[in-house]
Each structure stands twice: as C-alpha cells, then as structure tokens.
Design a protein around this ligand. Structure first.
Ligand code: FAD
Ligand code: NAP
Length: 460
C-alpha cells in the first residue's frame, strides 16, 4: 500500500496514545482486529487496541456449544448454532477478499460447507494475523459511560478472577452480534402444551425430534433450516406457521405451511385458517433482538433486523458521536466480507485517513439509504442494496477489491436455485468473486449427507 509521507505522519501523530476498545471477538470483532493488524503490518502506527470477549475463545456464533441457557460461568450462552448446520448461502458470497477459501484449504472446495469448515476458515485467517494478544478472553463488558471530555469509561468483569476493571478509551467498536437474545412471543394457551417448547437459540440437535410431529413458528432462515434439518434427520412431520407470508418452497413430503397459530390447547394447535393439528414439540424460530444492556441509552442502537441501521452513518459510525462504531448490525445477505468492509472503514475513520462529512451531510445520506430500503420490492433488490452498500464502504478504503458484481450474480442464482428446490440448492456450485473460479460440486447431495465432519466434507 502506498501512503504519502504527509498522510503517514498525520496517521502516526493522530493515532499515538489513542486507545480503542473492541467489544466481541466474533467474526465482526475479528474483522476489526484484522483491519488494524493489517495497517500495523503495513508500517502504520496504530492506536492501542483492546478487545474484550466474554467467551473463553474467539469465533462468536461459530463457537458451537452443547450448552443452553447459561454457560459455565453463569453468563448467557451466546451461540445459536447447532449440530448439522451447513452454510445457507454460497460461501463464495462471504469470502474474505484478502484470504480465499482456496488459500486456506489448499484447494477449491464446494459451495455450502458445514459449520466446522466455516469456523476453521474464519479462525484460520485470524491465527495468521498475530493479534490474539490484543484480546482479553473471559472479559465481559458490563457498562459503558460517555465521558465529559470525549471518550468512554468501560467497566469490564474479568470472569476468572471476578474482578471489575475500569478503563478509558478514545474509541469504541461494538461487535457483539445480534442473533443471541431470542425474540419469544406469547401464544394463547401455550403453557398447557405438554411437549417441549423452545426457541431456535436453544436448538442443538435435530435427532431429538426423530419420529415427532413438529410445529415450527416463523418463516425465515432459522425456520426453514431448523425445520428442514429435523425432517432430514427423521421427524415424522414438520408444520411451519407464518405470521406475514409463507416461505412457499416446494417442500418434501411430510412438510406443510399454515397461517399463524391462534391458540394451543394441550397437544392441539389451532391456526388462523381454522385448521387444527396435534404436535409433540414446538420450536419458535421467531428471530432475535438487538440487545446492548451495557450501553447507555444515548449510545444504544435501536433497530430491527434490517438492511439500514438507524443512527449509523455508513451502517458503522454512530452519527451523534463519531467515536462510537458498530460492526455487523445489519440483516445479513453478505456476512464476513461486509464485516471486513465495515471494519476497514471504521479503522480509517479512527486513523484519520477518512474525514467524515458534516453531520447534516451524513444525516442526508443516511436518509437516502433508509428511503431506498423502504422502497425495496423483493429479495433481489435487497441483494443489490447490500452490494451497493459494500461498494460505498470499499471505495473509501484499501480493503482488497473483489468482484462484487459476480457475488451479486451468485446470490441471485442461489435465490433462484432455492425457489426451484429447497432440498438441493446446496448441491449447486458457485464462482468465487475473489479467485474467479467455479467451485467443485460436493460428493454427496445435501439431503443424503448425514456426516457433516470436516474430514467427510473435504474428501474429493
Ligand atoms: C443459527 C445461525 C446460523 C448462521 N449461519 C450463518 C452462515 O451459514 N453463514 C454466515 O455467513 N452467517 C451465518 N450466521 C450469521 C452470523 O451471525 C455471522 O456469521 C457472524 O457470526 C456474526 O458475527 P458477529 O461478530 O457480528 O457476531 P457474533 O458471532 O454473535 O459474535 C459476537 C461476540 O461478542 C461477544 N460478546 C457479546 N456481548 C459481550 C459483552 N458484553 N462483552 C464481551 N463480549 C461480548 C460474544 O461472546 C461473541 O463472541 C448465522 C447465525 C445464526 C444465529
Ligand atoms: N444454516 C444457516 O446458515 C442458518 C440457519 C439458521 C439461521 N441462520 C441465520 O440466522 C439469522 C437469523 O435468522 P432468523 O430466521 O432466526 O431471524 P429473522 O430472519 O429475523 O426472522 C425472524 C422470523 O420470525 C418471525 N416472527 C417474529 N416475531 C413473530 C411472532 N410474534 N409470531 C410469528 N412469527 C414471528 C418473522 O416473521 P415476519 O416475517 O412476520 O416478520 C420472521 O419470519 C440469519 O442471518 C440467518 O441467515 C443461518
């Protein structure tokens, strides 16, 4: 990377003695760490970085746990991931542009890997980046206070020693994810249901529902994946219940979709269309809440799971206080690539190589994105929206360019393949916008593939 002497001196002086706190070492926090470590490796003097991670290791959602409820330290279990989870989008559309799948695995691999493969890939880049010692594991951020002279006072609990630490920082990056605090609606009479009722956050294994009649509430990714997964591993029947619109896929035998349930009377569930059915278990795939209990009201992002996050310029910078940044808070078509693009942007604002426009200009640009989202007509428009959003971040930074247009094309092909067959879209091959190569087809059709180990997946 070429940086002029004057700019370099400015960065050097600007970032000296500054302190940055990153909360969370999941993929978004790792992107932030990678952004700063890349600058450091390019000879730029970066501020002092401290990342606080509540769990004992990095990876966020990708760190699978058998636990539900509370973890071994009495902290809420973070991950909502489960056994047999395979990527629901083409891996090519989330590929880091500075670290391809081919580079990590030493060969080109199929397009829809299981969880363990994706975890290995994300952490593979992290392990090569030499920033692990910036992370304090088993450190849970309890409170953040705005300081009068700017900056933030951060209160952290060291979970191992049970001590409270208070430190001040000039900048704060919140990367705590938003798929961990379940949204749990109430349904009339559900307390009389004799079987298991759980939220997707606590779902761990499809095997539990073998031979059972299962009701899955919700009509988005979790519902589709958890319900289908249970059918694949032997559920007797799966009924999806939607609030706004059905998913309308061509489901395998034993799967149907109904309107929202209106009441539950012991085993019997009544739906809005007047039909009734008996069930053995209910899984609420009703989404998650953005939750930032450690932040004061004036710094807290309040949003639903949408593409434009209110209050965030470029989806990253807190408009009312540009020393605060959020990463990964949007509804996610793109994931890791988008987190990287956001992290590079946040880094460059902090390093001073991006000068933010005035608050009025920022507000006006934010309104344009908000209006655009409000006028989107379908999923294809959402893909274009998020692709343009990533472009708008990348044009300001030196995040290595990737073929965004190809990734849009692949996302749209994936969407079409899902519409054609919900059980076989994972058997398709997509092209990488980083290497421009078409990936190989997996050796076993997803519907038949019961073994999700890395060893099995990487076999030719
Ligand atoms: C069931 C499920 C399946 C998914 N499957 C896919 C997929 O196939 N492909 C894909 O690309 N994406 C998938 N996702 C999206 C997933 O959210 C992202 O891939 C990614 O994990 C988001 O990264 P993040 O760092 O923003 O959040 P997270 O992964 O949630 O990480 C946040 C981190 O912050 C830490 N933290 C939280 N609060 C505190 C605190 N107070 N103090 C300190 N640390 C804290 C947590 O411990 C955690 O490590 C899936 C999500 C879910 C829920
Ligand atoms: N294999 C995988 O890779 C995989 C698997 C699972 C999840 N994920 C990821 O996890 C993330 C979260 O997905 P998600 O499906 O949990 O959340 P989501 O996309 O936010 O969807 C929430 C769903 O809950 C429904 N809902 C909310 N409140 C409801 C209520 N009171 N009654 C009935 N329905 C209600 C919503 O219905 P409306 O449409 O009516 O609002 C919507 O269908 C996504 O990024 C997804 O990609 C990935």
């Amino acid at each position: 990377m070429f940086i002029g002497l004057q700019v370099w001196m400015k960065l050097l002086v600007g970032s000296m003695n500054k302190r940055v706190a990153i909360i969370g070492a999941g993929p978004s926090g790792i992107s932030a760490l990678r952004a700063f470590s890349t600058a450091r490796d390019n000879g730029i003097d970066v501020p002092e970085i401290t990342c606080f991670e509540r769990q004992s290791d990095w990876g966020g959602q990708w760190k699978f746990t058998w636990r539900t409820g509370l973890d071994e330290n009495g902290e809420p279990v973070h991950s909502s991931m489960y056994r047999y989870l395979w990527s629901n989008g083409p891996k090519e559309c989330l590929e880091f542009s500075d670290y391809s799948f081919e580079q990590h695995f030493g060969k080109s691999i199929p397009s829809f890997p299981p969880r363990e493969i994706l975890e290995d890939y994300i952490l593979g880049r992290a392990k090569k980046s030499n920033f692990r010692d910036w992370i304090k594991f088993n450190h849970s951020v309890r409170m953040v206070e705005n300081q009068e002279n700017g900056g933030f006072l951060v209160t952290v609990e060291d979970i191992d020693s049970k001590t409270i630490i208070k430190e001040t920082f000039d900048y704060l990056i919140v990367a705590t994810g938003h798929f961990s605090v379940p949204n749990v609606p109430e349904f009339d009479g559900i307390e009389t249901f004799p079987g298991r009722v759980l939220h997707a956050h606590d779902f761990r294994s499809a095997g539990e529902f073998k031979g059972k009649d299962l009701l899955v509430v919700g009509a988005s990714y979790s519902a589709e994946d958890v319900g289908l997964q249970c059918k694949k591993y032997g559920a007797k029947s799966v009924t999806f219940s939607f609030r706004t619109a059905p998913m309308d896929f061509i489901w395998p035998q034993g799967v149907d979709e109904r309107e929202l349930l209106t009441s539950v009377n012991k085993k019997t569930v009544t739906f809005k269309d007047g039909t009734k059915k008996d069930f053995d278990a209910i899984i609420l795939c009703t989404g998650y809440l953005h939750s930032f209990p450690f932040l004061p009201q004036e710094l807290r992002l309040v949003t639903t799971n949408r593409l434009f996050s209110p209050g965030l310029f470029k989806g990253v910078v807190w408009n009312d206080n540009p020393s605060l940044f959020y990463i990964g808070m949007q509804d996610q078509w793109y994931t890791f690539t988008m987190f990287d693009a956001e992290a590079w942007y946040a880094r460059d604002v902090i390093l001073g190589s991006i000068q933010l426009p005035s608050k009025e200009e920022r507000t006006s640009e934010m309104k344009e994105w908000d209006d655009r989202e409000n006028n989107l007509e379908d999923a294809y428009g959402m893909i274009d929206f998020q692709a343009d959003y990533i472009r708008s971040l990348m044009e300001n930074t030196d995040y290595p360019k990737f073929n965004v247009e190809l990734s849009q094309k692949e996302f749209k092909a994936w969407k079409k393949a899902k519409e054609k067959s919900i059980v076989s879209y994972r058997d398709q091959a997509h092209s990488s916008p980083v290497t421009n190569k078409l990936s190989p087809v997996h050796h076993t059709a997803w519907w038949e593939a019961m073994d999700d180990t890395m060893e099995s997946y990487l076999k030719d």
